[in-house]
Design a protein around this ligand. Structure first.
Ligand SMILES: [Zn+2]
Length: 290
């Protein structure tokens, strides 16, 4: 039976601890086919995707969470994004073989990943997370334990068919049970990749925390969606400047832009470009700033 792509919250009734679970099949397969990766590169893309879906739902923001790494390593680019409408997209570019035993810093050729949180009507918030630990989950846990964020544990897993993940987060507030966070963390850490991917969340929570009362909320359906458009692509051309764009037209006959996230192609000829710049020059700045 086909599983829905979904993200679901849960809450420990007697402790200030919340959790989140995600499982993606169809949206992940769309993104992974687009990326054309395999092995460790594919795994990192999938784990990062699961992580942003967990984060956007946990933060309860009206906006988006983007996680990105750019570096000089074999996997030189990874960008994943999830928004509060449960739309996801992601890309990764691999230019070299990832050798056995490489750590995250060597794979990406970078020391850190950037987490950008955009909330409706506010300046974007950027966090820098050092690429420390064995895997992305550990790097994210390190970030949450050293920044001013709430202590958070992540479990992320991925294969060609599915990505799944789970987090638990300690909320501010007094607990009558000082050991609750440690106990729940230990129990959660017994989860296996197979359980994360294959067991219905209700059963998984019972298996992990059967002595606790856990409230399970309704799931949110998640889907692949790319927010690119002809208008936004035109806006990007505006930032290049007219001289540069005309230069491309003279050499190539047109400006062709392919969206890296979804492969949509946007092409602009000389007349289109005149219109883009005419509209850009007369429109208020806010209409073109994306
Ligand atoms: Zn696109």
């Amino acid at each position: 039976m086909k599983k829905p792509d979904q993200s679901q919250r849960y809450l420990f009734e007697n402790h200030p601890i919340r959790g989140q679970h995600v499982s993606l099949d169809e949206s992940w397969q769309t993104i992974s086919q687009q990326a054309g990766l395999e092995g460790r590169g594919l795994t990192l893309l999938g784990e990062a995707l699961a992580a942003v879906v967990l984060l956007v739902d946990t933060l309860k923001i009206d906006g988006s969470v983007t996680l990105q790494v750019r570096g000089s390593g074999p996997l030189g680019l990874l960008v994943v994004e999830a928004n509060s409408d449960q739309k996801v997209r992601g890309i990764a570019r691999q230019q070299d073989k990832i050798e056995e035993g490489m750590d995250l810093q060597q794979i990406f050729g970078s020391d850190y990943l950037v987490i950008t949180i955009k909330t409706e009507g506010a300046e974007p918030h950027q966090g820098i997370a050092p690429l420390q630990g064995e895997n992305l989950a550990e790097a994210l846990e390190h970030y949450f334990s050293t920044s001013e964020q709430l202590p958070t544990r992540f479990w992320l897993t991925c294969d060609e068919e599915n990505v799944s993940g789970m987090l638990i987060q300690k909320l501010p507030g007094q607990s009558t049970d000082d050991d609750a966070w440690d106990r729940v963390s230990l129990l959660a850490a017994t989860v296996t990749d197979e359980e994360l991917q294959q067991i219905a969340l209700e059963n998984l929570l019972h298996r992990l925390f059967h002595q606790e009362t856990v409230l399970l909320f309704d799931p949110h359906l998640v889907e692949f969606f790319c927010s690119c458009s002809r208008e936004r692509t035109g806006g990007m051309l505006l930032t290049l400047g007219k001289a540069e764009v005309i230069d491309i037209i003279e050499q190539e006959g047109e400006v062709a832009v392919t969206c890296e996230f979804c492969n949509a192609q946007y092409s602009f000829d000389r007349i289109d470009i005149e219109q883009v710049f005419l509209a850009g020059e007369t429109a208020p700045a806010s209409a073109t700033a994306h």
